[in-house]
Structures are given as C-alpha cells and as structure tokens.
Design a protein around this ligand. Structure first.
Ligand code: SAM
Length: 227
C-alpha cells in the first residue's frame, strides 16, 4: 500500500561537525552495521542471525540506549534509525569497540523508512525516546508523533508488540497520550490508562539527565498492539 508521506520533516539537518573518529567509523564500519535503504522492503530475518525479537529505535541520538539494550539482550535484534550523522558515527565506534553484533543502523528519515522499507507485522517493539518536542505552536506540525505517523507505524508491529515513548515535555506527553489513545489497534498498558511507571530497562541517557537537571518530569507511554 502506498501511503502519502508528509512533506514537513520532524528534524532539521544539523551539520554537527564529525570528529575524525566518527568520520572513520562511518567509512570503515558502515558496511558492517549500516543499511542503505532503497525502495524495497528490508528482510529483517536475513539482516540478523535468526533473531528472536526485532526492536526498532527511532531517533537514537548518540545511541546510548540502543547500545546498552543491545549489550543486555544479545539474542534480540535492534534496528536504529537516526538522521544525525555524528550520532550515527559515535554509535558505530562504540558498537565496534564492544564487539556488538545484534544492531543494524539506518541513517535516513524514519518516516520514509517506515513507509517504504519495513514490512507489516515485522517489529516486536518500537521505542522513541525524547523525540524533539517542537515546543512553539507554529512548529507543532513538525512533531514526529502525529496520527498519520502512528497509523503508518502500527501495522508494522506484530500482535502484542509494544510501542514505548518517553518525553520530558509535558504538553508533548499530553499530545502523545491523546494520539496513541485514539488509535483503535493500540491499548494503553498503564494501569490508570495514562502514563506508565518508568521501566528500569529504559537506560538513562545524557539527554534525560540534562532534563532532570532542569527539573523536567519524564513521562513514559507504553502501548501494545491488540490486533
Ligand atoms: C531530542 S533527540 C533524542 C535522542 C535520543 N533518543 C535520546 O534520548 O538521547 C531526538 C533525535 O531524533 C532524531 N530524529 C528526529 N526526527 C527524525 C526522523 N524523522 N528520522 C530519524 N531521526 C529523527 C534527531 O536527529 C535527534 O537525534
């Protein structure tokens, strides 16, 4: 099914300067960990060596959470999508240093990748931690979490797969809760049907620590695909 992709992007291409190490990692390690996406569906089963579960992380930043989860669960396959090249380079360096083999990376707009390259019923979990909140009202249209994007994403989940979001921006948390609660194929796993208690398996990133220092409360949302 071809779904129209919105033209407004959820990111601004930051040309953060690549360190020499990151540049070298992109040149030397991309073949081992990277996936160049074209128009066809990715066969996640051939990308990974017989994974039990495939988890997708969108907007992994520097990859701290992806790295620590991949280390903790070597039998699970992790696919990361991020547009920020220095972050990708940094994670590549660490993956190689730690000899991690259950992670693959895509450096591209996640909306396009979900639309064109991810097969239906292929993901056992999707996590999106601290997506850019775009706090100004005129920028709200840039927020990644929108009904169209969630409607595109949900069919990619297997039945019972989870969708885990986190943010430290309360108005965005409220927006996320409204969007996910309105999606008919998702149920909220939180006992009170609002926010989920912070799961211990979500690693604390530098980004979150900075939010904590600024006194920001963190909101986790945990939903599951029902059918
Ligand atoms: C605020 S940062 C959070 C990074 C990380 N998840 C963390 O918790 O530290 C949001 C990240 O999402 C990435 N991003 C935003 N929109 C994206 C998209 N459509 N596709 C891929 N990455 C995206 C940005 O480049 C940025 O690195």
């Amino acid at each position: 099914m071809t779904v129209p992709i919105r033209q407004i992007r959820s990111f601004v291409r930051r040309q953060g300067r690549l360190t020499t190490g990151q540049q070298r990692a992109l040149q030397e390690l991309w073949q081992r960990y990277g996936i160049d996406v074209a128009d066809d569906s990715l066969d996640l089963n051939t990308l990974f060596n017989e994974p039990q579960l495939v988890i997708l992380e969108i907007g992994f930043g520097n990859g701290e959470s992806l790295l620590s989860q991949a280390q903790a669960h070597p039998q699970t396959a992790y696919l990361g999508i991020e547009v920020y090249q220095p972050g990708v380079g940094r994670l590549l360096q660490r993956l190689a240093q730690q000899q991690i083999n259950n992670v693959k990376l895509i450096c591209h707009d996640a909306v396009e990748v979900i639309c064109h390259n991810i097969a239906d019923n292929s993901l056992d979990g999707v996590q999106i931690f601290f997506p850019d909140p775009w706090p100004k009202k005129r920028h709200h249209k840039r927020r990644l979490i929108q009904p169209d994007f969630i409607n595109l994403l949900v069919p990619k989940l297997t039945t019972d797969a989870y969708l885990h979001l986190a943010t430290d921006w309360q108005p965005y948390a409220e927006h996320m809760l409204a969007v996910l609660s309105a999606q008919p194929d998702l149920i909220n796993c939180a006992p009170d049907k609002t926010y989920y208690p912070r799961p211990m398996h979500r690693p604390l990133t530098k980004f979150e620590q900075r939010g904590e220092r600024l006194g920001h409360e963190v909101f986790d949302l945990m939903f599951q695909r029902t059918s």
